[in-house]
Design a protein around this ligand. Structure first.
Ligand SMILES: [Zn+2]
Length: 257
């Protein structure tokens, strides 16, 4: 059975739902990446904390290429990520899970590709999130009776600052449902390597101008703590149900000319 990658975002730091854990440090061309290897209901998983073990790496400085390459080098073909997000859509209140199906990219300074020289690769991103894993996540939501939306557009911003009221209004007009700072280029890099990537966005607050109060990271972390048990339940349900053989087209996304 192939291993599954889990990327824990803000508020998901401890892989305490995984057994027989050991730290492995993977050397990549982009730097070393510490991963937690373990077993979840019989399935080997590699757990990665996106912001580092103690949440010390800000969104714009995350070594996305090293992280994705490290999982790839461990034989991971399929990634399930979590992302704490602010909500632009009034129908997605705090405490809602959003199974993402689209993104809008407003990041500015990040390296978004593995293919900058020597080889020209274009990657299909029409429907970037893996449909097969997304359906299993939906099944988990139904199973546990959690509040969720199947499908939602993630707006990726540069950070680390939060957005202005005008930016959030604009993103809403453009079709954005939730906003976060890390989903891109993470998913793009995974797709470039033909990997499946699905994301469980966790709404922790309403975004700027919709929220009645000022935004703070403390608010995000408090909400994530509150939902931690639910996130563990979802991952523990989803990971063992991911089929070993893929029935999606994710592996065909990158094409070279
Ligand atoms: Zn897939």
């Amino acid at each position: 059975m192939k291993s599954i990658g889990i990327i824990g975002g803000s508020g998901v730091y401890s892989p305490d739902f995984i057994e027989n854990t050991e730290e492995v440090v993977v050397k990549t061309d982009f730097g070393e990446v510490p991963l937690i290897k373990g077993v979840l209901k019989g399935r080997t998983v590699y757990f990665l904390t996106r912001h580092g073990k103690r949440h010390t790496v800000p969104p714009h400085l995350v070594n996305y290429r090293a992280n994705i390459m490290a999982l790839h080098l461990m034989g991971v073909e399929r990634i399930v990520a979590t992302a704490a997000v602010g909500s632009i859509n009034k129908d997605f209140p705090p405490g809602t899970f959003v199974i993402l199906d689209q993104f809008l990219d407003f990041t500015k300074s990040r390296v978004e590709t593995f293919f900058s020289e020597g080889k020209v690769v274009h990657t299909d991103c029409t429907d970037p999130y893996c449909p097969e894993i997304s359906l299993i996540i939906k099944e988990a939501m139904e199973q546990f009776g959690y509040k969720y939306h199947f499908g939602g557009t993630y707006v990726a911003t540069e950070g680390p600052r939060f957005e202005t009221r005008a930016e959030i209004k604009a993103y809403g007009i453009l079709g954005g449902d939730v906003v976060g700072m890390t989903g891109v280029p993470e998913i793009v890099l995974a797709k470039e390597l033909g990997m499946c990537y699905a994301s469980i966005a966790v709404v922790t607050n309403f975004a700027a101008g919709i929220s009645k109060t000022m935004l703070s990271h403390g608010e995000v972390i408090d909400k994530m703590k509150e939902l931690n048990g639910q996130i563990r339940n979802i991952l523990s349900y989803v990971i063992p149900k991911i089929p070993d053989q893929r029935h999606c087209d994710c592996s065909k996304a990158p094409t070279s000319g």
